[in-house]
Design a protein around this ligand. Structure first.
Ligand SMILES: Cc1cc2nc3c(=O)[nH]c(=O)nc-3n(C[C@H](O)[C@H](O)[C@H](O)COP(=O)(O)O)c2cc1C
Length: 194
């Protein structure tokens, strides 16, 4: 698959078939994640592969708690209808953690999020590598990361960049259209000539 096709073809998938994900695919997808750039090449990420119904139930609980919080705080109405069935449908979920202390020199010059930035690049790699293998994914963040990390047994101090369900898409999703890129030349606000 051409890279541009993978970039444009990848969709956020929220309904999965129960076809298993092979160990070989899973290993290749996680390995692709580790080829992301990271500050000082510190590679701050770690992964939990979630397969058991019990571990999935822990994730689901964190998500439901977050949803409840949104509704109690008067958040948007559509959230009521947002369900998490995909957590049970997907044969596997991959949680991507990061060690915030491994963010490079950034904290010296007001850039404290280097490790999260690197973990986010790893997530994108993971999703593209999954897509290349015919697997859909979703970058899920609808939980309190500290609570979800604890529920998954992560050591204190690790951040959670996302939990990605992976599996064969059950339906084809249409690409949500993109806004035209806001591009300036030399200085913010200066439009390109022509
Ligand atoms: C950091 C991040 C967090 C996201 N969190 C969620 C989420 O919790 N639940 C969800 O359904 N989609 C989530 N998304 C997916 C976006 O809704 C989705 O990428 C966007 O609508 C564009 O659709 P596409 O990925 O199919 O191009 C998240 C995306 C990003 C980058």
């Amino acid at each position: 698959m051409e890279l541009t096709d993978a970039i444009k073809g990848r969709r956020s998938v929220r309904a999965f078939a129960d076809t298993p994900v092979s160990e070989a695919d899973l290993a290749a997808i996680v390995e692709a994640a580790t080829w992301a750039p990271s500050p000082l090449h510190l590679q701050p990420w770690s992964f939990v592969i979630i397969k058991s119904p019990q571990a999935k139930a822990e994730v689901l609980q964190s998500c439901q708690q977050a949803k409840q919080g949104v509704l109690e705080a008067g958040g948007p109405e559509w959230v009521k209808k947002y369900g998490f069935d995909f957590l049970e449908q997907a044969p596997v979920l991959v949680a991507v953690f990061y060690d915030a202390k491994k963010g490079g020199l950034g904290p010296y010059f007001n850039q404290p999020h280097g490790a999260l930035q690197a973990a986010s690049a790893a997530v994108q790699n993971l999703m593209l590598a999954a897509w290349e293998r015919g697997l859909g994914s979703l970058w899920l963040t609808f939980f309190d990361p500290a609570l979800a990390a604890k529920a998954l047994g992560a050591p204190e101090g690790l951040g959670l960049a996302g939990i990605m369900p992976l599996g064969r898409p059950a339906v084809e999703s249409k690409a949500p259209p993109r806004k035209q890129a806001k591009v300036f030349i030399d200085r913010y606000g200066e439009p390109p000539a022509g």
